[in-house]
Design a protein around this ligand. Structure first.
Ligand SMILES: *[C@@H]1O[C@H](CO)[C@@H](O)[C@H](O)[C@H]1NC(C)=O
Ligand SMILES: *[C@@H]1O[C@H](CO)[C@@H](O)[C@H](O)[C@H]1NC(C)=O
Ligand SMILES: *[C@@H]1O[C@H](CO)[C@@H](O)[C@H](O)[C@H]1NC(C)=O
Ligand SMILES: *[C@@H]1O[C@H](CO)[C@@H](O)[C@H](O)[C@H]1NC(C)=O
Ligand SMILES: *[C@@H]1O[C@H](CO)[C@@H](O)[C@H](O)[C@H]1NC(C)=O
Ligand SMILES: CC(=O)N[C@H]1CO[C@H](CO)[C@@H](O)[C@@H]1O
Length: 413
């Protein structure tokens, strides 16, 4: 492929006299020196001696072409030596005509902003031909399923409910991927295989907001959903019409049903609130009475997902509690989070991943998984509570004066 030739470093050693080579050497040296200057604390300044001379050399070379810059060199070095203040340093570095763009993403400040590719996508490309002609069809939406091969028929039925306006991404928890090629659509799908992980583990690692940014809507779905009465294009029309940033299809009451809010209403297109059992909702606009979707089949706009992604904790993999938290990501939550009744699904609840847990002390594997789900839920709620308290304390606001988002929802199920 496209490999670079000789490295700049070897050239420095061999022929230090030619102007071009000095420029290369100086550039390498000053980048190197700058990195050292940024990363080493003041104590180890001995190591900067070589750097200083290189930076001065850079100024000298520059002075032949521009103004007299030996003065700049002297001035610029003192804060490098004396100051721990990074912004000081960087500003003074830019005095040396070095590129430094503070508004660039962290770590990319030395690049000209015009070259930055901040977002990516899942669009496959060709190995030859013009890059500009690679993409003949650009999908607008993304659907992911976390799957085991045992559920192939269900997933096949589900994928067929999504038009080719969707990128299909499968997360395989059982290591089987090529087996899926019996389905025509599988060759177009993106396959990610990591054994025995959960949907939220994959989502955190493979659905970074800047990777999924081209997709207007992102479906993050389980594998055990009955989709007979569901059509994805129609669903998108409805969430657009009703301004839903976070949504899910309603659940048919013949399947598993945990909350009143997600139960299908036959007389409408969407609904956004309900009444729960007495004592469950501190506020009719808050979960689980409103502003709430379950974790099995959520649909996010890319902006809502950008927020939710940041809320997902790396060690809490089952996602319990996330459903109560998503309301913090859209405003006003009770209007922008809703259940789509006209396109609905059946939660069949086949706990196939649950059965892959470790069986401990002779108890069934799913019990261990369930216990962990509940433990994660309390951990998540506690972290959220503490983080909010810390925020208000920092702002000098009495937290007891702030409306609680979800009183008493911790650890209940
Ligand atoms: C830096 O190099 C100079 C010679 O160029 C030397 O006199 C000085 O001791 C060195 N400083 C440190 C801190 O090593
Ligand atoms: C550069 O500055 C030094 C002292 O700061 C001075 O002696 C020298 O003449 C200047 N050179 C040019 C080309 O201006
Ligand atoms: C660092 O420099 C910036 C701007 O020069 C200043 O606002 C900030 O207070 C400084 N920080 C420290 C720790 O000196
Ligand atoms: C894909 O999206 C376009 C534009 O929204 C729409 O016209 C088209 O009907 C969609 N394709 C399918 C199969 O629904
Ligand atoms: C709540 O805020 C009000 C002012 O908005 C203040 O008068 C009251 O003392 C606060 N209550 C507590 C418990 O801090
Ligand atoms: C722009 C900037 O921060 N320049 C600083 C460079 O370093 C000198 C000290 O040598 C400071 O006085 C300047 O403020």
């Amino acid at each position: 492929m496209c490999k670079m030739g000789n490295s700049g470093r070897s050239l420095i050693v061999r022929r230090p006299n030619e102007t071009m080579i000095i420029l290369v050497a100086v550039f390498v040296g000053s980048v190197f020196g700058f990195l050292i200057g940024v990363s080493l604390p003041k104590l180890s300044f001995t190591k900067l001696n070589i750097t200083s001379s290189l930076i001065c050399e850079f100024s000298d070379v520059g002075s032949k072409m521009r103004s007299n810059s030996s003065q700049i060199c002297g001035d610029a070095l003192s804060p490098l030596i004396e100051s721990e203040n990074n912004s000081h340093r960087s500003q003074n570095m830019s005095d040396l005509q070095k590129m430094w763009v503070p508004s660039n993403p962290k770590g990319a400040e030395t690049l000209p902003p015009g070259i930055l590719a901040i977002e990516s996508d899942f669009f496959p490309r060709r190995l030859s031909g013009k890059p500009s002609e690679d993409l003949t069809h650009i999908p607008k939406y993304l659907v992911t399923f976390t799957v085991g091969y045992d559920q192939k028929n269900n997933i096949d039925a589900a994928v067929k409910k999504f038009s080719d306006n969707f990128t299909v991404l499968l997360f395989h928890y059982d290591g089987k991927t090529s087996e899926w090629d019996e389905f025509e659509w599988s060759k177009r799908a993106i396959h990610v295989s990591v054994p025995k992980q959960t949907k939220w583990w994959y989502a955190k690692r493979f659905l970074h907001p800047s990777i999924v940014a081209p997709y207007e809507y992102i479906f993050i779905w389980d594998e055990d959903l009955g989709v007979e009465h569901f059509n994805a294009e129609e669903y998108i029309k409805l969430v657009k019409k009703h301004g839903l940033e976070i949504s899910q299809p309603a659940l048919d009451p013949t399947g598993v049903l945990t909350w009143q809010l997600t139960k299908r209403r036959e007389d409408r297109e969407v609904h956004k609130e309900t009444t729960e059992r007495p004592g469950w909702c501190s506020d009719p606009h808050l979960p689980p009475c409103a502003a709430f979707v379950e974790i099995m089949a959520p649909v996010f706009t890319r902006d809502a997902w950008r927020c939710v992604w940041h809320m997902i904790q790396n060690d809490l993999v089952h996602g319990w509690g996330i459903d109560f938290g998503v309301q913090k990501c859209v405003e006003p939550a009770h209007e922008k989070i809703g259940i789509v009744d006209a396109q609905w699904i059946v939660h069949q609840s086949v706990p196939s991943l649950g059965n892959q847990g470790e069986s401990e002390n002779g108890q069934a594997a799913w019990r261990g998984v369930r216990e962990r789900c509940q433990r994660e839920w309390s951990m998540f709620s506690r972290r959220m509570e503490n983080a909010e308290k810390a925020y208000y304390k920092d702002k000098g606001i009495d937290p007891s004066n702030v409306t609680k988002s979800c009183r008493g929802c911790r650890g209940r199920h």
